[in-house]
Design a protein around this ligand. Structure first.
Ligand code: FPP
Length: 253
């Protein structure tokens, strides 16, 4: 990580590899998820320390209901236990928690937990932590389109984006996926259109601050063109003045 180069403002993470981490240690899969929560707590700290304003994590996908009942039950129980436990620390650190996903499909006690945790952390100003739970990128696009249709609104990119479940934050700059798999898995299908992806072979429970910095370094070493040519990007950087000109050297490297 280069401290003087631009940090990603929004980092999103697919926290994969928990099950394999546990199985390799002859432990039940839920032990991997439990350890995953420990890494998540650290990731909030790493993000705060680096001035990252938004962290979004994929905790439970629309498809995860198809896992063995015992694992699904364990994940729900872990959530019910971990959120109240983490709240005081989050409040102290200025974390605003947001739960993103289809709440109607969740048990009433989980829905109450989400509302209560969001209300208790609403004053957090240092970082927004979006926990995607019962979330899928396709679900999000469909619910946004349905909202517009119900209101009789014209469907435009801006109107759809404003109805998506992450409309309260800018799009992610960097998406990290741990666990060695290199696929999108229905995560942030709309929002990650121009994100840089970083894939790590480390299982999420083993992911460290150094691994996080490696992902940020990779991000900082890439030229984001947003559909433009390299030359246009350089011209824009020059026009923006000396602060961005430093980035230009990196772009040519
Ligand atoms: C993917 O690993 C991970 C998940 C499906 C769950 C991630 C959840 C957490 C880290 C806990 C979040 C909890 C709270 C309280 C926010 P995997 O099980 O697919 O791993 P595998 O690919 O090795 O089987």
């Amino acid at each position: 990580m280069h401290p003087t180069l631009a940090m990603p403002g929004h980092v999103a993470i697919v926290m994969d590899g928990n099950g394999r981490w546990a199985t390799r240690r002859l432990m039940p899969r839920i032990a991997g998820h439990r350890q995953g929560v420990e890494t998540l707590r650290k990731a909030v700290r790493w993000s705060l320390d680096r001035g990252i304003g938004v962290l979004t994590v994929f905790a439970f996908s629309s498809e995860n209901w198809n896992r063995p009942a015992e694992e699904v039950k364990g994940l729900m129980a872990l959530l019910m236990h971990a959120i109240p436990r983490e709240l005081p620390g989050f409040i102290e650190q200025g974390v605003a928690l947001r739960f993103v996903g289809d709440r109607a499909g969740l048990a009433p006690e989980i829905q109450s937990l989400f509302s209560s945790a969001e209300a208790q952390t609403a004053a957090g100003r240092r970082i927004t932590l979006n926990v995607c739970f019962n979330y899928g990128g396709r679900w999000d696009i469909v619910q946004a389109a349905r909202t517009l249709a119900e209101r009789g609104e014209t469907i435009t990119e801006a109107a759809l984006a404003a109805s998506l479940s992450l409309a309260h934050v800018p799009d992610p700059d960097l998406v990290i996926r741990t666990g060695g798999e290199q696929r999108v898995s229905n995560f942030l299908l709309w929002q990650a259109a121009y994100a840089e992806w970083f894939f790590s072979d480390k299982a999420w429970p083993s992911f460290t601050a150094d691994d996080f910095d490696l992902a940020i370094s990779a991000f900082q070493g890439r030229e984001r063109r947003f559909g433009l040519t390299s030359q246009q990007v350089r011209e824009q950087a020059h026009a923006a003045g000396p602060v961005l000109e430093g980035l230009d050297d990196r772009c040519q490297a």
